[in-house]
Write a protein that binds this ligand. Structure first.
Ligand code: PBG
Length: 330
């Protein structure tokens, strides 16, 4: 009786029996070619070196960033996301639109050495303002949206001129995608792509990054411009606006706690979707692994494949190099 019933039962375990069988029916896989490695680049050599809160990640000099890009390319990672640490900061983020600023210099050097690598530049002011906010302040100390958008557009043109392939605004000001697109087109950079941090949440998981990029706000927080974590409909509205304004790729950030947002966006929009697994997600896994509490490699592989399962095309992760070193170029 029991035997008969079992014979008629569907047995999903059949396809889990061996590694080759599991691989044959696997629904999603991660390829190094879809990964982007963030790179911190310091203008002053003295600012380069390891980042205590992100074990295994360092701030590079410009020359070091070029070298690292070569290592990444050899491993099959052909996308880097640049963050600049300028030698000085001011209220107007003026080092950000200096044609000889650190991101511009790094982009030029990388594109000269490795022309095929996709150089993405994070576009924000928080690393360049002395107060650490993502924009310029008005008389009352609030971030002035429209004045900030002007600076972003101006900076974007200097990035494009330096050879940046993809400009990625991460400031969360309203209307910045359209303004940047118009500024780029106005200067003849129609081919420079825009990857918008469309749904960027005011997250505690950016903690280690703020040490890495020296960009913590000196007062207040970013909640008046970054999104409130419990919201998902608002994320879809932000994405719709950015697509309408001309974003080529939209991004959701952070990743792990926001995969429902990635899925909702995937179901609604046809543009490529990027997900950014942020500094705190990296450091969390690293810390647990260093304590022997989880198996780092398995946790990384599982995490990245779940980003793909949720619907991400592009995966930005501090583990990109490590993943590619283990899985190789395909
Ligand atoms: C700049 C920016 C931040 C991150 C990416 N771009 C910091 C922030 O918004 O506070 C976070 C990246 C990370 O945590 O890995 N605005």
């Amino acid at each position: 009786m029991i035997q008969t019933r079992l014979r008629q039962t569907m047995r999903p375990r059949r396809l889990r029996r061996t590694s080759a069988l599991r691989a044959l029916v696997r629904e999603h896989r991660v390829d190094p070619s879809q990964l982007v490695q963030p790179l911190f680049v310091a203008e002053r050599d003295a600012d380069a070196g390891p980042i205590a809160s992100m074990p295994g990640i360092a701030r590079h000099t410009v020359a070091g960033a070029v070298q690292e890009t070569g290592v990444l390319a050899a491993l099959g990672i052909h996308g880097v996301l640049l963050f600049g640490i300028p030698e000085s900061k001011d209220a107007l983020a003026s080092r950000n639109y200096d044609p000889n600023g650190v991101v511009q210099n790094a982009a030029r050097a990388i594109k000269t050495a490795y022309p095929h690598v996709v150089v993405i530049a994070d576009l924000c002011n928080c690393e360049y303002t002395d107060h650490g906010h993502c924009g310029v302040l008005d008389a009352s100390g609030d971030v002035d949206n429209d004045a900030t958008v002007e600076i972003l557009a101006r900076t974007a043109v200097t990035y494009a001129r330096a050879g940046v392939d993809v400009v990625a605004p991460s400031d969360m000001m309203d209307g910045r995608v359209r303004a940047i697109r118009e500024a780029l087109d106005g200067e003849g950079f129609e081919q420079t792509a825009l990857m918008a941090y469309s749904a960027k949440y005011a997250s505690a998981f950016y903690g280690p990054f703020r040490e890495a990029a020296d960009s913590a706000p000196q007062f207040g927080d970013r909640r008046t411009y970054q999104m409130d974590p419990p919201n998902v409909r608002e994320a879809l509205r932000e994405i719709a606006l950015d697509v309408d304004e001309g974003a080529d790729v939209v991004m959701i950030k952070p990743a792990l706690a926001y995969l429902d947002v990635v899925r909702a966006a995937r179901d609604r929009f046809d543009v490529p979707i990027a997900v950014y697994s942020v500094s705190g997600e990296y450091s969390m896994l690293k810390a647990a692994a260093q304590n022997g509490w989880i198996d780092e490699q398995r946790a990384v592989d599982e995490t990245l494949s779940c980003f793909a399962r949720a619907g991400a095309d592009v995966i930005i992760t501090y583990f990109a190099k490590d993943f590619a070193a283990r899985h190789g170029a395909r």
